[in-house]
Design a protein around this ligand. Structure first.
Ligand code: ASP
Length: 350
């Protein structure tokens, strides 16, 4: 790597090179921007389960953006201090888990049985070290549980009671069920259970259906990392595990190719091997990050899957494509101010 750090103007210009994919629904678009850089960069998402525009009050808009910004600042502080991409993505995701607005950690959704079961994963592109937990409820930050699996276990993925036992013996902080409980998520579950009882069509707000948080980063040593955390889909069957902790589906990091964190209909991302597929298209087909990321999201859309992903490559290009109405998202380049956006038509802005 070499050259200069980009300016925000250059970043914005790159993001203006939006690619609209010819997807069936005109409202569903994919956006990607890319920018060569040296130094470090970080992107985050707060899920493709965005609330309808009509429901977004100025206060909520500010709160979502503040949550994304806090996560970007947490990761940026680590990267700016010479820290690693794996630490930056872990702490950016932990900040989003602590914010009840997002479907992960504190704001997680309920499964059909009225319980919260969370999935989280982290992967280091330098070593291919990876750690994940699935179906857990207890550790305050599932992403710290995933990181502890990566750092202190020979396993890559732990589930259920074994995962909780491991986290307890590692000394991770736990919270009671009440910490994760929220009225808004409970009501979304009741509405969905009622809808299923009556057989009414599923015209839910995306925000009632699903959500996830994630981060990808490139550090100044040239190392890539990805982290993802989720409560999954509202009213999912008990025991259902989504794409988040399935490496290669919702989370992937590979130096020399890219780091990816996905959000959306998890089953579809698993069936497409989405995150690994982006890396494979770069490595084997020589595609750019934007081409690889946009084409994978387009194929998922063509199969009927909603969602998006954030990705960063070894040269610091960033792609943020999605085929849903919006995706809470943001990025920061070097020491510049973080930028965020929610809906498809929006550009990143401070
Ligand atoms: N991908 C998540 C899951 O299926 C949900 C989401 O990102 O909205 O668990």
């Amino acid at each position: 790597m070499g050259g200069e750090l980009p300016t925000l103007g250059a970043w914005q210009a790159a993001l203006k090179c939006e690619q609209r994919l010819g997807l069936p629904d005109a409202d569903r678009s994919a956006t990607s921007g890319s920018l060569p850089l040296s130094g470090f960069a970080l992107a985050v998402h707060g899920g493709a389960g965005t609330i309808r525009r009509s429901q977004l009050t100025p206060e909520l808009n500010a709160a979502y953006r503040a949550g994304l910004r806090a996560a970007l600042l947490a990761g940026q502080a680590i990267l700016a201090g010479g820290g690693s991409s794996i630490d930056a993505v872990t702490e950016a995701v932990a900040a989003l888990e602590d914010d009840p607005l997002f479907n992960a950690g504190r704001g997680a959704v309920f499964n059909a049985a009225g319980h919260i079961e969370m999935d989280a994963a982290v992967m280091d592109g330098r070593t291919r070290a990876a750690g994940a937990v699935a179906g857990v409820n207890g550790p305050r930050n599932p992403i710290h549980a995933a990181r502890t699996v990566m750092d202190r276990s020979d396993a890559v993925l732990l589930v259920g009671d074994g995962a909780l036992e491991f986290c307890r013996s590692a000394g991770l902080p736990f919270e009671p069920e009440s910490y994760f409980w929220s009225e808004r998520r409970w009501e979304a579950l009741q509405r969905e259970l009622e809808r299923r009882r009556t057989g009414a069509p599923d015209d839910r707000d995306d925000a009632d259906r699903h959500g996830t948080v994630g981060a990808v980063a490139l550090d100044s040593d040239g190392n890539l990392a990805a982290a993802t955390s989720t409560g999954g889909m509202t009213a999912k069957p008990a025991g259902r595990i989504g794409d988040t902790p399935v490496f290669g589906a919702g989370t992937w990091a590979e130096n020399g190719a890219c780091a990816v964190s996905a959000t959306g209909d998890g089953e579809m991302f698993i069936r497409h091997g989405a995150a690994h597929e982006v890396a494979a298209r770069i490595r084997l087909r020589g595609q750019s990050l934007a081409e690889a990321a946009d084409s994978v999201i387009a194929e998922i859309g063509a199969s009927g899957g909603d969602g998006g992903l954030i990705a960063i490559d070894a040269s610091g290009h960033v792609a943020l494509p999605f085929n849903s109405l919006g995706m809470y998202r943001g990025a920061v380049v070097g020491h510049e101010a973080p930028q965020t956006a929610i809906y498809a038509e929006e550009e990143l802005s401070e």
